[in-house]
Design a protein around this ligand. Structure first.
Ligand code: SF4
Ligand code: SF4
Length: 205
């Protein structure tokens, strides 16, 4: 039936309005900004950049691949790639963003940047109190404003952040095991070379 959805919505509103006089469960509004509804895990506002550890510049996961910049539908991400490299979240040397800005006056919170990021470096925030009377620069968030810790990410999206932490720990362990095996192989080869050289020196005597 045409308009059935609207009628259902109005009926629910009426139920809550009249029901709120007799039941607290039907009182679905709060006195904002003094009171706030707790954020659910799936809530999202605008993107932020995740960093690991204490130092936001050193720990930033973004490797400046610029995929998010290319895929962002309204083109509100602006990135400049660094000239040098630093270790990424699992210890591999990677480029980093010398500049990373997001114009949240244009961002439509679609989350495409998050979906396409191969490094779990950009995630959706739940912070929504971002209005400003500076309609130009005030809503152009720069790298330092966008950088938020992994602890913060764990606090707002605990399930997905824990899964990513576990995957990074596994990758780090694999890299460490690989480096250890390479060091051992080098050491064995060096011992072998010394052993191979010894009989000749004995024969020469
Ligand atoms: S959420 Fe969407 S619009 Fe906003 S920066 Fe990401 S891709 Fe662009
Ligand atoms: S946030 Fe992700 S997709 Fe965007 S540049 Fe950084 S690493 Fe690449």
């Amino acid at each position: 039936m045409v308009g059935e959805g609207i009628l259902k919505g109005l009926a629910e509103t009426a139920r809550n309005f009249f029901g709120s006089y007799v039941s607290k469960d039907r009182l679905t509004t709060v006195q904002y900004p003094e009171q706030r509804v707790p954020q659910i895990e799936a809530a999202r506002s605008f993107p932020f950049l995740v960093y690991d550890g204490e130092d936001w510049q050193q720990g930033m996961r973004c490797v400046s691949c610029q995929i998010c910049e290319k895929e962002c539908p309204p083109k509100c991400i602006f990135i400049e790639k660094s000239k040098d490299k630093k270790p990424d979240a699992v210890g591999k040397p990677q480029f980093y963003p010398a500049r990373f800005d997001i114009d949240i006056s244009v961002c439509m919170s679609c989350q495409i940047c998050v979906e396409v990021c191969p490094f779990d470096a950009i995630k959706m925030d739940v912070d929504y109190d971002l209005s400003t009377d500076d309609r130009f620069g005030g809503l152009l968030l720069q790298k330092q404003q966008l950088a938020k810790s992994n602890q913060y990410y764990n606090a707002i999206h605990p399930t997905e952040a824990a899964a990513i932490d576990a995957r990074f720990a596994e990758e780090r362990a694999k890299l460490e095991a690989k480096a250890k095996a390479a060091a051992q192989a080098k050491e064995t080869a060096a011992i072998g070379a010394v052993a191979a050289a010894q009989p000749e020196s004995v024969e020469a005597q």
